[in-house]
Design a protein. Structure first.
Lengths: 346, 290, 257
């Protein structure tokens, strides 16, 4: 049952550009897809490992800026007589470096997270994102500050001068984002259903107990932030080469909040949660806008919605639906949590 | 040297309002263990209340100030009663998320009501500054410093000399024992949140006329308040006061001698640096939470 | 009883302080390989503090802890577990939001060398199946096989305490430290637990027990160490301890005439 639904859903997604004529709808889906990738990455850290990191947008932005700067090239003076310049490089290299740099920052944050726990870590993570935003805003020589990086090139795949495909049009970008989203999903799914994933969940559930059976807390915190940040960086890189303009607003706290809302209302610690949450909060603004509701009121409703979900459906929509489905006697529908709970086959 | 004196004077005045912000948050954070994301919104609320009563309703400036603070206290009590009371036993993540939701809702309500354009608020003070030898200070800012100092002293007196303050201190040290001794923890939580919110509103009401009121002014205020709490240690009023002045000094000196663009970044870098070295905060005597 | 040989665990003048309070004061005793030793004493005697220090959850102010000659103090809890020293907790400690099977699978963490990269490449199916089989076996040994798929938080109290032991056993300890394992269990459950201890001992493990239930302590222990106010006041076989005047005084507050 679950398999057929999944295949049907995938078929729908894959065929969409073929029958969806509205470019605007495609645009919405691309942006939603980018946010879903970012939300899935946050879910790994917040949902599975239980770390309330509110600086996640920093990794998204670092991925976006790194990829843009590498593909545009830059020329800065780190010190009055220390000049660092880079000629423009292919976009795929920029994206790769964006992912790696974001992951690297994730590694650093992971190491800090172990020293600074709980509520203090929330504050550190937010502060980190703010510092990065201020750097992007003020280091004009590198980032152009509020004037933004413009004309960011699109991704080209192929052999230069012979055959190259440019991801310029919306359908191409749609498939690119969809591919990355599926890859990210599979990556996270495999990770959480493995020994490392169990260790992360153990940290969330009972850290002292986890340590008592040999789980190295630091190691798995760092692994979680590393992978999570890298995937967020990938989302940022996709964003940069699709929208093709990147300014310091990409580090706004509001994007972290958007991701948090998506993960929490969808269902943190479940694989489908961020997807459901992402679709909901990616599409809801469009629906509300169609009814003429001003953006501020939209946000008020998101805030209220999050309060309601956290207060009354604390596990999120996906587990609530799954529980309801199960109560109707369908044993095949299980919430997608870490590790299988079916008895082993002999 | 003159510049240094001027910067120091500015920092002193700014520090007073920062201290108000910090004290309010350290009480809430310390006694209720709530990561209060709405703190900055109360600050903005205070400023907008001044705009409403002074500019739109034409009420006397000083009266408007009192009104703004009282309304801030009321709003704080409302938030606590409506949202936090139900979450008393919940884990810190859940509460944090609810606070984030409330913050989003509040800020956007404010944006919707007042629009994004910055609002300036007229103060009754002469615009020519008072010149004291090498330094000058505007009357407005002097007033701000005076009121902030008075409020800090009043809060300190409330916490250390009154019955309510005693109950609050007991709840901070050991909620379970306090409850056994007859302290109504729910009432204390409401009072704490209301008081802390009132102080934030006061800071906003005082600084609104000095600068301008705009919808996202609360964000920086929130983060700076957290920086101050971490600097000064959870639940410590002297610590938050000191933290407020230290942050103001760092901002003023940093903006004056390093780069004005990083003025606001000072607070965050301070937070990160301190927490890396001393994960429990600078003056903290208690175990870290979480 | 066979003569136990090598020293398994050795505490040497262990001292633990909390603020101004000295919880454990110059504690020294040894546990021999293969034996079941019990740590008893009135509340606040320092038993759980000693456990916490042995397993790396708190740092001692002075003194040392050695296991088979290797220093444990200064190591982190997970490193101590890697060596083969695993503990349970006084307060019920399981992974409440997960299934019973998942709880034990987490306990099996050290049993697997699975690397995250291998997982990402999808090469771990065989090992996952083997781990699941092993978890199944552990649950059968403990007697919780029927609860495999159930949420840990839905288990009755007695079975929760069994689950804790199952998780600890999954880590394949050579030295098992049990912190008040039968606290809150009824006499039937306690008797059943005593049999479990015997089965565990038969697997070759050394067990150090902290307990208040005297029947259990006297029934399973080879040796008993009695603490009071952070110091050893008596040490020996159960029969000796039962009659020891210091022990009686510690528990009752005055000597029995």
């Amino acid at each position: 049952m679950k398999r057929t639904l999944t295949l049907a859903f995938l078929a729908l997604l894959l065929s969409l550009p073929l029958w969806m004529s509205s470019l605007y709808v495609l645009h919405i889906l691309i942006m939603t897809g980018i946010f879903i990738i970012a939300a899935m990455s946050l879910n790994l850290l917040l949902g599975y490992t239980g770390q309330l990191s509110l600086g996640h947008v920093a990794f998204f932005g670092i991925g976006a800026y790194t990829s843009s700067l590498v593909s545009l090239g830059f020329d800065v003076h780190l010190l009055p007589d220390w000049r660092v310049a880079l000629a423009p490089k292919p976009v795929w290299l920029g994206m790769l470096l964006g992912v790696l740099l974001a992951a690297g920052c994730g590694w650093v944050i992971g190491r800090i997270a172990f020293k600074v726990r709980g509520a203090y870590f929330v504050i550190v993570s937010v502060s980190f994102a703010e510092v990065v935003r201020l750097i992007a805003l003020n280091w004009l020589e590198l980032t152009q500050g509020p004037m933004a990086l413009n004309n960011i090139p699109v991704l080209r795949l192929g052999i230069p001068d012979w055959f190259e495909f440019a991801f310029l049009r919306k359908p191409a970008n749609y498939y690119l984002v969809l591919t990355v989203a599926i890859l990210a999903y599979l990556l996270i799914q495999r990770l959480v259903h493995s020994r490392a994933g169990r260790a992360m969940v153990a940290l969330r559930e009972n850290e002292a107990l986890a340590a008592s059976v040999g789980i190295d807390v630091t190691r798995y915190l760092v692994l979680a932030t590393f992978v999570s940040a890298g995937i967020a960086g990938a989302a940022g890189a996709l964003y940069a080469h699709y929208v093709r303009i990147v300014d310091p607003e990409v580090f706004s706290f509001i994007y972290t909040v958007t991701m948090v809302i998506m993960v929490v209302t969808g269902g943190k610690g479940t694989l489908l949660g961020p997807i459901v949450g992402g679709l909901l909060f990616g599409l809801l603004p469009e629906i509300l806008r169609a009814f003429g509701i001003p953006p501020e009121i939209q946000w008020v409703s998101y805030g209220v919605l999050m309060i309601l979900v956290v207060s009354f459906l604390p596990a999120g929509i996906v587990p609530a639906l799954a529980g309801w489905w199960q109560q109707r006697g369908d044993a095949a529908a299980q919430p997608a949590v870490a590790a299988s709970s079916r008895p082993p086959q002999p | 040297m003159d510049q240094l004196l001027q910067h120091s004077l500015n920092a002193l005045i700014l520090g007073g309002t920062y201290a108000l912000l910090g004290i309010g948050l350290t009480l809430i954070f310390g006694i209720m263990r709530v990561v209060n994301f709405t703190h900055g919104e109360l600050y903005a609320f205070g400023a907008y209340m001044m705009y409403l009563w002074v500019m739109l309703a034409g009420i006397n400036f000083y009266l408007a100030l009192v009104l703004a603070v009282l309304l801030g206290v009321g709003l704080g009590a409302l938030i606590e009663l409506a949202l936090l009371r139900r979450l008393r036993g919940a884990d810190i993540d859940t509460t944090m998320l609810v606070m984030i939701g409330a913050w989003i809702a509040l800020q956007n309500l404010e944006q919707f009501t007042w629009s994004g354009v910055a609002k300036s608020i007229r103060s009754p003070f002469p615009s020519a500054p008072l010149v004291l030898g090498p330094v000058s200070v505007s009357w407005n800012r002097l007033f701000v410093f005076a009121v902030a100092s008075a409020l800090i002293v009043a809060t300190y007196a409330l916490i250390n000399r009154s019955k309510l303050g005693k109950a609050m201190r007991a709840t901070f040290q050991d909620p379970e024992t306090a409850a056994l001794m007859g302290v109504d923890i729910s009432r204390i939580h409401t009072a704490t949140f209301a008081l802390g919110s009132g102080l934030a509103a006061a800071a906003g009401a005082l600084l609104g006329p000095v600068f301008v009121a705009y919808p996202t002014m609360g964000d920086l205020a929130s983060l700076k308040a957290f920086a101050i709490v971490i600097l000064g240690g959870l639940g410590s009023i002297p610590g938050a006061t000191a933290g407020g002045f230290i942050l103001a000094f760092m901002e003023e000196l940093g903006a004056g001698y390093v780069s004005s663009g990083f003025r606001d970044g000072m607070g965050f870098m301070l937070i990160i640096a301190i927490l890396l070295v001393k994960p429990t905060g600078l003056f903290a005597r208690r175990e870290r939470i979480g | 009883m066979s003569q136990p040989s090598a020293i398994e665990l050795s505490l040497d003048r262990l001292t633990i302080r909390f603020g101004g309070l000295t919880a454990v004061d110059g504690l020294s005793f040894q546990v021999r390989q293969g034996e079941i030793a019990s740590l008893i004493g009135p509340n606040g005697a320092g038993k759980t503090s000693a456990f916490n220090a042995i397993t790396g959850y708190i740092a001692p102010a002075a003194g040392s802890v050695s296991w088979r000659g290797k220093r444990l103090d200064g190591l982190k809890p997970h490193q101590i577990a890697e060596l083969g020293v695993v503990r349970t907790f006084q307060k019920t400690s399981v992974f409440a939001g997960l299934s019973v099977l998942d709880n034990v699978l987490i306990g099996l963490h050290l049993r697997s060398k699975q690397q995250p990269l291998a997982a990402l490449l999808g090469r771990v199916a065989a090992e996952e199946a083997a781990l699941a089989t092993e978890a199944h076996g552990i649950l059968q040994f403990i007697g919780l096989a029927a609860r495999l798929g159930q949420l840990a938080s839905s288990l009755p109290y007695g079975e929760l305490r069994l689950l804790e032991v199952a998780i600890a056993l999954a880590a394949k300890p050579k030295l098992l430290l049990l912190d008040e394992p039968v606290c809150g269990l009824n006499p039937a459950e306690t008797a059943s637990f005593m049999q479990l201890i015997d089965r565990i001992r038969a697997l070759g493990m050394t067990i150090l027990l902290v307990e208040h239930d005297m029947k259990m302590v006297m029934g399973v222990s080879d040796r008993i160490v009695c603490l009071n106010e952070g110091r050893v006041i008596a040490e020996g076989a159960p029969a000796d301890i039962q009659k020891h005047p210091e022990v009686v005084r510690a528990y009752l507050g005055r000597p029995r005439t």
